[in-house]
Design a protein around this ligand. Sequence first.
Ligand code: SF4
Length: 101
Amino acid sequence: MAKRREFIAAIIPVAGALVAFPPLVLADIAALTEDDKMGKAMGFRLQTDKADTVKYPKHTNEQVCAKCVHYATPTAETARCDVFNKTVPKGGWCSGFSKRP
Ligand code: SF4
């Protein structure tokens, strides 16, 4: 029981730091680029209006990372995308777009 309390006492400051300083955590995550191998395979673009509409005819300019279910923080300018585990800009797009409900 004492070990459990010690564990909880040890983890609370770490959890608190993650909540208090999310930009520091985000800074550790690489930004997705258009040259990224997986990004290329999924047609990733930093700006949705640069998407290849011939290859992805269902794409619309209303589809942006900020409206995608995979975008971790909808109000942020840049956030982690859980498909790539990298940060993407709110106005980006890829073929993995899935509208946030
Ligand atoms: S999966 Fe969604 S958030 Fe991630 S890059 Fe594609 S459109 Fe953007």
